[in-house]
Write a protein that binds this ligand. Structure first.
Ligand SMILES: C[S@@+](CC[C@H](N)C(=O)[O-])C[C@H]1O[C@@H](n2cnc3c(N)ncnc32)[C@H](O)[C@@H]1O
Length: 182
């Protein structure tokens, strides 16, 4: 697992399209496994907005940021209500990793609309780690229909080992780009 977090995870996120200089929202970041990997890729010219409502994992992330001298992660603590305090058309990539299933129906719609608002147009990504399929009311075809209806177009689908809780498992990641609404 250490090896995945310290090296393999980085090459996988690069494959998903994360690049130097990008601004990234990690929605439901938890203790920041993905935020920290992404922060190494985006470097000094990029920024990671690590958003969660739960204080405990955010405190853990805050300690990691201090201990590892990371300067490009900004923690955003919300009230759990779906509202993303970032400017419209300002973000290159949103990571929606292992969080969508925890939201109710209205929250899923609100979150996708907020993500649509903050992402820049065209080749910017909503990267969805499709997990818990068959539970939490998650049917992949229905999730895909809702994402498409919000204004996104599927660009790539991956099957790679991903960090989930405290283990690594083969998982599906779907990347979408924001398209202009007519
Ligand atoms: C299973 S953890 C995943 C953490 C991280 N994304 C990862 O893949 O390792 C889900 C996280 O989503 C957060 N979360 C759930 N609902 C949320 C909401 N409405 N707003 C912000 N964060 C939320 C939880 O607090 C939790 O930290």
């Amino acid at each position: 697992m250490e090896e995945w977090i310290n090296s393999k995870g980085e090459s996988i996120l690069r494959d998903y399209g994360i690049k130097s200089g990008q601004n990234i929202l990690d929605f439901g970041c938890g203790s920041g496994v993905y935020s920290i990997i992404a922060s190494k890729i985006v470097g000094d010219k990029g920024k990671i907005y690590a958003l969660d409502y739960d204080e405990n994992p955010l405190e853990e992330l805050s300690d990691k940021i201090k201990n590892q001298n990371i300067s490009n992660i900004e923690i955003i603590k919300t009230s759990k209500e779906i509202s993303v305090p970032l400017n419209s058309n300002s973000i290159d990539v949103v990571l929606m990793y292992d969080v969508y299933h925890l939201l109710d129906k209205d929250e899923r719609v609100n979150l996708l609309n907020e993500i649509y608002r903050i992402l820049k147009i065209n080749y910017v990504i909503l990267s969805y780690f499709a997990i818990h399929i068959g539970s939490y009311g998650i049917q992949l075809n229905k999730v895909q229909i809702l994402i498409k209806k919000t204004g996104f177009e599927l660009i790539e689908q991956f099957k790679r080992p991903m960090f989930h809780w405290s283990w690594i498992e083969e998982a599906i990641v779907l990347n979408y780009r924001k398209v202009e609404k007519k």
